[in-house]
Design a protein around this ligand. Sequence first.
Ligand code: ZN
Ligand code: ZN
Length: 370
Amino acid sequence: MANSKQYDNASSSSSTTTNTSSRPLLRTCLDSLCNLCGPIDSTEYLDAPFRPRNSGEYYIDTHNDESWSFSFGTGEERGIWMNSGDQAGSIMATLVWLLMSYSAVTVTLLTVTKGLPPILGMIYTYLCAMALACHAKTSLTDPGSVPRCAVPMEEQRRESPSHSMCGQCQTFKPPMSHHCRICNRCVSRMDHHCPWMNNCVGAANLKHFILFLIYTWTCAAYSLTLFGWNYFFCASDNCMFNKLVIHLVRPMTFLCIGAFLFTSSMLMNVTYGIMTGIGTIDRLKKKATNTMSQSDEEPIALKDVFGIAGLHTWPFPIDPLFDDYDRVMGYSTPQRLLREQQFIERANSGSGGLPGGERGGSSSRWSDHV
Ligand SMILES: [Zn+2]
Ligand SMILES: [Zn+2]
């Protein structure tokens, strides 16, 4: 009980550290936390001898054992992730859709009025549609919120006896995660909360955010090239813009210049974050305390952003499949640890009868419920 009390006290501040080295304490925490996620016997997974997976042994296991409901929000009980509590963010995200649609309509009108070849207009509309699809995916994807039953991974427990807790969420706080006051959740590998997306950018939706930036940047560069070419090189009536549509083109030019500059800076920001392993929030904190030079973060592997499902999935806003979901998110759940233990035991037995998966080589989705 004393250990349990220590755990409770430690979690009362915003971000505190608690000692979870002793097994009885961890078992107490697990037993209480597991009740939130469903019945599970923590003894089974704690007492099992743990062997880390060898390289090539992996499976996809993103199932959090949470019941699903048709409801919108950022709470753990909500089935569909959507940040509806921030009015400014909702307006800014809607504005993105309005401005992108306005630019697509303008370019379409230019093709209809014979100011542009139809194929060039179709390319722009496709880029716009992809940017908006990525925007919707970024906004409506859980950025990596930490569930109440989150526990440190086996590796983290062996490396360090103490772990941070979030005072607001009352959960284990994974390394590199931050508590977002707008989403009111802790988010794994949180980069920043983006009002234009009306969502946090974290480990699970960074791919969609990067794709949105790339498609928007390409849209802006593409339309500026078209307008520039028309302005400087068009000398005949065949390529002149319609006199009415030109009133839409002028504001769009300023819009594209702004979008080009903004997405360029954001792309450089995100690229720097991936190359250094330091997200936007961490970078600002380190700069404020002048500790940038003391950073020992590792660069983020591209497979931890875009997944391992193959290069053909990278340009599309589909959820990435990670080879080790727990490692990417920075936490595990008792259920997933137990499933991993079973995975390894079956791999050790050499029966080859892994549930729903294959050993090594190809990735496999294993979402068996324990
Ligand atoms: Zn939190
Ligand atoms: Zn947020």
